[in-house]
Design a protein around this ligand. Sequence first.
Ligand SMILES: [Zn+2]
Length: 373
Amino acid sequence: MSKPSVLPSESESLSTLSSIQGDDRCVLTVYFPGSRAKSRKAAPKRLELPESVFRVKELPDDEAEHFERSVKVWRKAVPAVNLPSAMGWLGVVSWLTDEAAFMQLPGEVKPMVYLDNSPFLLPAARQLDDLEAYAVVYADHMRATIYLAALGKAQEETRLRGDIKNHVRKGGWSQQRYERRRDKKIHQYCTALVAKLKDLMREEDLRRVVLAGDRLLLKELEERMPDDMRNQVVCSLPMEARKDPNEIFRVTLTAAAREERREERRLHEKIKGEHAAGGRACIGPVDTLRALREKRVHRLLVGPMSNVELCRCRGCGLIELGNVEKCAQCGDTVYGQLAANEFMDLAFASGSHVEFTNDSLADIKGVGAVLRW
Ligand SMILES: [Zn+2]
């Protein structure tokens, strides 16, 4: 077997994983808790899954064989990788192509196993969307720390010292000179912070910033940001006492999650507006599926789609909406699939952006998209 790969925790990795395909249901997807998961009391030395997960019933003979062979590849792959500490993991193996890949998840997962002709990426994609990485600037007049909030923790990236004293009353000339010098120091301090923040955001491909700390200093900082960076500031949290990274992560996570909800709502409104005006948008499973197949989708918004039935052919892999008995293309038998996962796969395949929501999206029939053309 080729060496199992550990992919970075980002949406491009999902596209890489989605290219692991087979004609048959021979791709095994496993979700499992990492060593930092609360659900795991003691961190085991290596990954062991509960045996119950591998006890699969009611598979047709050929699929049962695929499953057994996949589990063999899995058991070989796991000891061969050195997985760093994490909240959760996604693993994909394919015995046909002899591939194995792992990706760290930003949140906790329950152990789950899926066997299909492509990896089951929906839970991972949802987590990456909901728990998108962001930068935190935690600053007052004396000192500043920049954190990268990602993969379930806040990690310190840079520190800066401001050492700016409080206002003092001296009066007259020396007062003015003192204030000018103080303003200059604040300017230098904030400019240096903005530069460090810019570097981190470029390196880590971040789109969100949370500010925390002294209210006046944060205001000075925002004033010195370029417009595009200021637009990426999700919120500014006044904090008096110094806090440790765990607490900073916990407090800022709520603000970042709120921004994620706002982004979902903005896309939802855009789809509705464009569609009503006869613009570049589509709504509902039928039209959206057609647009996905024609690779016209720019941004897909997908809800749970729990009442949308979808089948996939065992023979040719054709996807059809509704509860069909046989494949319309080759006549082979079909099996039910989660609609949200299939829509997401198609979107990944054509490089579309996918936004997930827990909202049922009833007014756009569960799913919709902004189109390229
Ligand atoms: Zn077929």
